[in-house]
Ligand binder design. Structure first.
Ligand code: MN
Length: 428
């Protein structure tokens, strides 16, 4: 099916600012709460939120097989479960209704009032009822930096790293939408040179710049998803901040990997940008040596050129961009991640979230965490207000932004933003 929504020459009758992340070619999906306290699935063009429940009720999706309440939901799960053909039909139709050449809704003031809201008048909610959450470790530069800092070896990748996309199973219950503030966690840490741990608030809270993807039902338990067909099961992508307490992580991670250092919070951006919208930004993936096993081999353009930045904004101060990186730096692709995740028969379900792992690149300003930017706290990062950061301080907001751009269009993700609040503990 042709993805007519992607036509770069298309213009909308809704006003879209130059350099907006949300031109009519984007048509992302999200869930929002209106001023009238109604929750609906929606889309966005420019700075307007589009109520898809209202559009559906007023007949604008006529001819597309959709249940009556498909958009009258507090999550996108049912819509995502409908599969790729439905996503495409709906996206194409939204583009058609808001096309500058189409007067149908444009000239219907009553309908416009019901369907279109100012983006500032809606509250964005978590777009998906997150099913399972897996976080990969797919940036070679990030893995090498961690190797250099903690294992101090020249050959600093673990033996398995170049053979498969490594990951750990994360926690879905604490995935929150951008805008929800995060509490500095308590836990156990072992101060350097001491033999016994201490308990208290983490002193080394960090962010991780990642992109997450969300799937539809892929395979039954015991079956696999091949690297070639993996793309059919990926609905779209979000910006993801995998908050990390480095001191808790250092003490707990051996032998089983991260647990309480990661599962206190994960932030995602509210608009899911579909893989369809990102199609023209596919790019070659990193050359892989040694050649992986056949089940991980793929041809063509399997990565995406997505520019990502991370900024720190101290309370009541201006923000400082501390990292500029790109999704294309990742060593393992999403398709390889899904193929590897299911090679043992593990099933993937609608609403599953997969994090890329911290996205670092070859240059120092490409590093996707403060751990790397401050090199384990030895090289503090300077902020515009004159202060320095080794790790995050109470009141700091972390803002991730991401977009793709070519000479015709720009497709963006908006922001993933959250503030770190001071620790709070009521126990003994
Ligand atoms: Mn991570």
């Amino acid at each position: 099916m042709k993805i007519t929504a992607n036509d770069p020459s298309r213009k909308s009758w809704l006003k879209v600012k130059k350099n907006s992340d949300f031109p009519i070619q984007n048509i992302p999906f999200g869930v929002f709460l209106t001023k009238e306290d109604i929750i609906t699935i929606g889309s966005r063009i420019g700075d307007y939120a589009i109520d898809l429940t209202a559009m559906h009720q007023l007949g604008y999706f006529e001819g597309i097989p959709l249940t009556d309440d498909i958009f009258m939901q507090d999550s996108l799960n049912d819509f995502i479960a409908d599969g790729r053909i439905t996503w495409r039909l709906v996206r194409n139709r939204i583009a058609d209704i808001f096309d500058a050449e189409n007067p149908k809704l444009k000239n219907h003031n009553k309908h416009r009032e019901n369907i279109i809201f100012d983006i500032d008048d809606v509250e964005m909610l978590l777009p998906v009822d997150i099913c399972d959450y897996t976080d990969f470790y797919s940036s070679r530069e990030h893995a090498e930096n961690v190797g250099k800092m903690f294992f101090n070896s020249e050959n600093n990748l673990p033996l398995n790293w170049l053979h498969m996309p490594l990951a750990y199973h994360g926690r879905s219950s604490s995935v929150v939408v951008s805008g929800k503030n995060i509490r500095r966690p308590h836990g156990q840490m072992k101060p350097a040179g001491k033999d016994t741990p201490v308990f208290g608030p983490s002193k080394l809270v960090d962010f991780e710049v990642e992109i997450g993807f969300i799937t539809t039902d892929g395979n039954k338990l015991g079956k696999q998803i091949s690297v070639e067909e993996a793309g059919e099961y990926i609905f779209g992508m979000v910006l993801l901040n995998d908050w990390s307490a480095r001191d808790i992580q250092a003490f707990e991670s051996s032998p089983l990997g991260p647990f309480a250092s990661k599962n206190f919070a994960t932030s995602i951006s509210p608009w899911i940008v579909t893989m369809d919208a990102l199609q023209s930004f596919r790019t070659e993936h990193v050359v892989q040596k040694p050649e992986p096993f056949p089940y991980l081999q793929q041809e063509g353009k399997n990565s995406y050129d997505i520019q990502i930045e991370a900024a720190i904004k101290p309370k009541k101060q201006k923000e400082t961009v501390v990292c500029n990186t790109n999704f294309k730096y990742l060593y393992w692709t999403m398709y390889q991640q899904l193929a590897h995740h299911t090679i043992n028969g593990c099933n993937v379900r609608t609403g599953d979230l997969f994090g890329s792992g911290t996205i670092s690149g070859p240059k120092k300003n490409n590093y996707g965490s403060l751990l790397e930017l401050s090199w384990k706290g030895t090289k503090p990062v300077k902020l515009k207000d004159g202060s320095e950061r080794r790790f995050l301080e109470d009141g700091d907001s972390v803002i991730l932004r991401g977009f793709c751009k070519n000479d015709k269009i720009r497709i963006g993700f908006g922001e993933c933003k959250a503030r770190l609040r001071k620790a709070k503990y009521s126990g003994k």
